[in-house]
Ligand binder design. Structure first.
Ligand code: UD1
Length: 417
């Protein structure tokens, strides 16, 4: 159990380097088994989810190690296509190995994935899309068993732009005969990063970033290098922490256009935001304003992952904010905990209403998921006295050295583990 101690009231100032993206790293790590290759990745954050992906790669017979923020993989030795439950349950993104293993081995056997408890999180869209490519998928004692069948390129229309389903199709389609056209694809920057990496592996693929991705197959290059792009949700979190504390922070390495919807609301809350190439500076007023209506949506809409941290930043804002969560049905798990600090939030179904309060007082909170945990730390930074966040490793799944980075900005925070 990690215990985070935050003593609120410090204004965050200074420069914060933004880590590489978790959600770009994980599918790229899975993609490394699509064909035999030696792979070098730069700017991979040191996270427990990355460790879990590396353990899966080693279980599959690959050589995989992280040195600092570099990851080296040799997937030529991949010799197995099943992932045991103990490894699958460590993280939700392990489901992306399904498409990669079908492409490489023609089969895969894995249990249902773990990850944040944000609601049902089914994988029906993944399975249906892979079946349309020709994969034969069945269930055996709680495990999903995929026999490759003959993969043939086809036209697949996703009824919802699921990030994971889009990634699984991109990976499996690399091994299909003929052209696959994926319509209704997710458009997240992480999908573009995956396309760039697959191209380096020899894939003929285009269209990522739009809702139509075309995959024509792959001529393996045997090696690939990639640099993981900055993490837009971590950047949003630090920006929210700076805004909440009336701070003045430069986010170095951040790509403002990748979380412009979050910056839009921080600006509406009263922050000045100056964007430069691969960096931005946020200067916050002493008291923020409520921002009215926020609705989460698939990219380029407001990211569901940034919703809890923006909520936390606005707890002491003058006026009201109303957040409608459209992506996950259970994404307000932070709310009862934030109320312990004195926050005035009501939740009705998928809508949360936040009325700013003058003071928050430190309390003991329990993190139930990754972004909710980060939100509790952001709120703790603005509460009087000490806030304790009890966390079963959720926060370290997505934030590299968050205690050190916040301390470098002047926060009074430490982590006991
Ligand atoms: C990814 C991100 C996660 C983010 C989410 C939405 C990674 C590693 N994780 O998760 O941080 O919060 O996108 O931006 O990149 N759904 C179905 N059936 C499916 C698949 C999804 O109903 O087969 C539903 C989910 O239950 C959810 C919604 O679609 O309500 C979005 O899910 P999806 O886009 O697939 O999210 P993930 O890829 O799991």
């Amino acid at each position: 159990m990690d215990l985070w101690h935050v003593r609120g009231g410090k204004r965050l100032t200074g420069v914060c380097p933004i880590q590489g993206s978790k959600n770009a790293s994980l599918p790229i790590l899975a993609a490394s088994v699509v064909s035999p290759a030696r792979i070098e990745l730069e700017n991979v954050p040191r996270l427990s989810d990355v460790d879990a992906a590396l353990r899966i790669l080693r279980h599959l017979g690959c050589r995989a190690e992280q040195q600092g923020n570099a990851v080296y993989i040799d997937s030529s030795t991949c010799s197995c296509s099943d992932i045991p439950h103990a490894l699958m349950e460590e993280m939700r993104s392990s489901v992306i190995f399904m498409g990669a293993l079908i492409a490489r081995c023609g089969e895969a056997r894995l249990s249902l994935p773990g990850g944040c408890q944000l609601g049902k999180r089914p994988i029906d869209l993944h399975l249906s899309a892979l079946r349309q490519l020709g994969a034969e998928i069945g269930e055996d004692g709680g495990e999903i068993v995929c026999r490759g069948g003959k993969l043939r390129g086809t036209r697949i229309a996703l009824p919802f732009p699921s990030v994971g389903a889009t990634e699984n199709v991109m990976l499996a389609a690399c091994a299909a005969e003929g052209e696959t056209v994926l319509c209704g694809a997710a458009r997240e920057p992480e999908i573009v990063a995956l396309q760039d990496f697959l191209r380096a592996m020899g894939a003929r693929i285009r269209g990522a970033g739009s809702d139509r991705i075309v995959i024509e197959g792959m001529e393996p290059t045997g090696r690939a290098c990639a640099r993981i792009p900055p993490d837009r949700i971590v950047a949003a979190t630090i920006a929210c922490a700076a805004a909440a504390t009336g701070g003045d922070v430069e986010l170095r390495g951040a790509e403002a256009q990748q979380f412009s919807t979050v910056l839009h609301f921080l600006n509406r809350a009263g922050c000045d935001i100056m964007c430069r190439k691969r960096s931005l500076r946020l200067i916050a007023p002493g008291i923020l304003r409520g921002v009215g209506e926020i609705v989460t949506a698939p990219y380029p809409g407001f990211p569901t992952d940034a919703q809890p941290v923006l909520m936390a930043a606005l707890l002491k804002a003058r006026g009201e904010t109303r957040i409608t969560e459209t992506i996950f049905e259970n994404r307000f798990r932070q709310v009862p905990e934030l109320r312990r600090l004195g926050a005035d939030i009501t939740v009705s179904g998928r809508v949360a209403e936040i009325r700013g309060v003058r003071r928050l007082r430190g309390a003991t909170l329990t993190a139930g998921d990754l972004r909710g945990g980060a939100a509790m730390l952001v709120a703790g930074l603005t509460a009087e006295g000490e806030t304790l966040v009890r966390d079963r490793g959720h926060i370290m799944r997505g934030y590299e050295a968050l205690d050190l980075r916040l301390r470098a900005l002047g926060a009074d925070i430490d982590r006991e583990y």
